[in-house]
Design a protein. Structure first.
Length: 388
């Protein structure tokens, strides 16, 4: 039975502007993950490699970067493992496409006219491999934003392509009502079910996800390395084995070094900023993107300055971010009489907080809670508050 490796969203050449000095190191990690994926394909002696878009982060890449990618693809060419690539939304097939500017197949050492390295586009929508009894169908537009679903009206069995197995290669978003309803390229579960595909290899979502629609198994392999802090299921590729009479067998294999973790910390349990720094320092890992968030209600006496915490932990993580989402506690008991300054101030702020919370404006309500906290501290003891 045909067995292939499915990867997508490598994003080689990404700028990583939010990483500062660590950006260059992360670009090297991206390439290393791609190299490990290629080496995995060689080691596992797969029959085919599929790359589901956004191999490059943009169409503006130097020749040396394209040649480095071609050098990896040459490992597959020399072992007669075909590679099928589609452009994505970052390296889309527009007039400035990297796949127009460079002969990727030629640079990878593929013989002219062979299907050793194939880039599917709107000009060439499929490629068949008779030895595998398999056809790969690429669903690609020339623009980043698709004018319609790439699966609209598509049926693999009506394309005229032969082969027992029909595999789709598509870069876009599956419509999920209430979650994902619009995107640059979007298609529906009903269209997947009607496609007649045995397997749909997807790119665009950087976190791994699989499912089934009708007789079609679909899967997002996930990015080989995380590209952002919200991609906690990135870092892998998929080994896919077709089989008669049952769904394809999928094996998720880790190729990335970087991990992503979100740490939620109840502000009510934090004694001080120093204690918070000490807690987070225990999680130090040079391969970790740590997204720490303070939540809940914080005591009046707790002052956390996220920028200071981030500076204290600089260099201990690949990337560290602290976001304070906690809210100040409201005063307990009856406020001072309304004809006093503390009483009038507290009652006014409490009324405005209640109005904002009733209106669902959590951000403004949190600001007002913080103003009430600092105002009460200032009225209680002006020396406790530093005005800047």
């Amino acid at each position: 039975m045909p067995r292939f490796l499915h990867m997508a969203d490598v994003h080689l050449g990404a700028r990583y502007r939010d990483l500062g000095p660590a950006a260059a190191a992360q670009r090297e990690r991206q390439f290393a993950a791609f190299e490990r994926a290629v080496d995995l394909a060689v080691k596992e002696k797969v029959d085919l490699v599929l790359i589901g878009g956004d191999l490059f982060d943009s169409n503006s890449q130097p020749r040396r970067s394209v040649e480095a990618v071609a050098g990896q693809l040459n490992k597959l060419v020399r072992r007669r493992i075909p590679v099928v690539i589609i452009p994505g939304t970052h390296d889309c097939y527009d007039e400035s496409s990297i796949y127009r500017a460079f002969d990727v197949a030629g640079l990878a050492g593929a013989d002219e006219g062979s299907d050793a390295v194939v880039v599917l586009t709107d000009e060439r929508a499929s490629v068949s491999y008779p030895a595998l009894d398999l056809t790969v169908h690429g669903r690609v537009y020339r623009t980043k934003r698709a004018p319609r679903s790439p699966l609209a009206g598509f049926k693999a069995t009506e394309t005229g392509a032969g082969g027992r197995w029909h595999v789709g290669l598509l870069h876009g978003s599956l419509m999920l009502p209430g979650k994902v309803e619009t995107d640059d390229v979007i298609f529906t579960e009903a269209e997947v079910a009607a496609s007649g595909l045995d397997y749909l290899a997807l790119g665009h979502w950087h976190s791994h996800l699989t499912g089934r629609a009708g007789a079609t198994t679909w899967a997002y392999s996930g990015a080989p390395e995380p590209v952002a802090l919200d991609q906690d299921r990135a870092g892998s590729v998929l080994l896919v084995e077709m089989a008669e009479g049952r769904s394809p067998r999928l094996e998720q294999v880790q190729v990335g070094r970087t991990s992503v973790r979100r740490e939620l910390i109840d502000a009510g349990t934090v004694g001080s900023q120093e204690a918070l720094v000490s807690h987070l320092a225990k999680l130090a890992d040079p391969d970790l993107f740590l997204d720490a968030r303070l939540t809940g209600v914080k005591p009046d006496t707790l002052d956390i300055v996220p920028d200071e915490v981030e500076r204290r932990l600089d260099g201990r993580f690949l990337r560290f971010r602290l976001v304070d989402e906690s809210v100040a506690a409201l005063p307990e008991g009856e406020p001072a009489p309304a004809d006093t300054i503390p009483g009038a101030f507290t009652r006014d702020l409490q009324q405005r907080i209640a109005e904002r919370e009733t209106a669902g404006d959590a951000e403004k309500a949190a600001e007002l809670r913080e103003a009430l906290r600092y105002g009460r501290l200032l009225l209680d003891d002006p020396r406790r508050v530093e005005l800047v």
